[in-house]
Design a protein around this ligand. Structure first.
Ligand code: SF4
Length: 303
């Protein structure tokens, strides 16, 4: 729970604020970019929401924040909407649709540094959760209402958060590469081995991409959506796809090799949906391939 006594001085005056427990994960800035901005190692409220839509986005950021660092003070002029009542309403906003049957789960977890996780509602074969959000009550309830979770794909060891709670609630099969299994995940039901792609279902292909960690893997859904964990993301600052050079725990040369592997014509996708960094949609699989080639060329330069 955010505390007014820890309110950061950068916040503009008004109802919303960020406190000093912020870990600078970027979630609020992406969920509500009109309200939140980046300061020196933290986020802050740069503009108080000016209308109902902006207010709703700010409330969604509050709900999605992994550390509960966003707070609201009561405002007597808004008698019909106490902060608690509004937050309760915003709690039901996730999972939020990204495209077609793919949604962003919100409710990020501190243990995965606010990594984003995704929910795929498949017409056949059961729903898929990609990486673990926080196992918050409203989210669990909503996932249940939408048919539960049959498969939980864990891209790598860092973003496993509350995987056990999801397994317990939904009985889902958890999938993780053997090289990233730790004492906390030794109970996963399915371990990927080696570096060859593994068809989990006709529409789901797991592709090992060692580099960020030794057992990192990405998930290709319907030859359209690539869930990339911490392997690949869009950088608004650079204006192209990137890998995380400064957060590379296993091997940068391996990361480059894994990125080159994604250029294989067997792997077609138009969307990149990462755990950290921005997502990106290209106009076509061919355009995405060109973006990826640009990324690989950049990676070789910064090697
Ligand atoms: S979502 Fe929370 S932890 Fe992340 S940057 Fe915003 S205030 Fe900080």
């Amino acid at each position: 729970m955010a505390s007014p006594s820890l309110r950061l001085p950068d916040n503009v005056p008004g109802q919303f604020y960020v406190d000093s427990t912020c870990i600078d994960c970027d979630t609020c800035r992406r969920v509500a970019p009109d309200a939140f901005a980046q300061g020196d190692g933290h986020s802050f409220v740069a503009a108080q929401p000016a209308d109902a839509k902006a207010r709703r986005r700010a409330l969604m950021a509050l709900v999605a924040c992994p550390t509960a660092s966003i707070g609201m003070v009561s405002d007597a002029r808004l008698a019909a909407a106490t902060p608690a009542a509004e937050v309760r309403r915003a709690s039901g906003a996730f999972p939020e649709r990204v495209d077609e049957n793919v949604s962003f789960c919100g409710y990020t977890a501190e243990s995965s540094f606010g990594a984003w996780s995704y929910f795929v509602e498949r017409p056949q074969g059961g729903n898929v959760l990609v990486d673990s959000p926080r196992a918050a009550g409203p989210l669990l309830k909503e996932l249940e209402r939408r048919g539960g979770v049959a498969t939980m794909f864990l891209t790598h060891r860092d973003d496993v958060a509350d995987h056990e709670a999801f397994r317990k609630r939904f009985g889902c099969e958890r999938v993780l590469h053997a090289a990233d299994v730790t004492s906390g995940t030794r109970g996963v039901e399915r371990r990927l081995e080696g570096e060859d792609p593994v068809a989990l279902a006709p529409d789901l292909l797991a592709i090992p991409t060692p580099g960020h960690t030794r057992g990192h893997a990405v998930l290709l859904y319907r030859e359209r959506y690539l869930f990339t964990g911490d392997h690949l993301a869009w950088s608004a600052r650079r204006g192209h796809l990137v890998a995380f050079r400064d957060a590379n725990w296993y091997s940068w040369p391996e990361t480059i090799r894994s990125m080159e592997k994604l250029l294989d014509s067997r792997f077609r996708f138009e969307w990149v949906l990462p755990g950290h960094g921005a997502w990106h949609r290209a106009g076509s699989a061919e355009e995405m391939r060109r973006e990826l080639e640009k990324c690989v060329a950049w990676m070789r330069r910064v090697a």
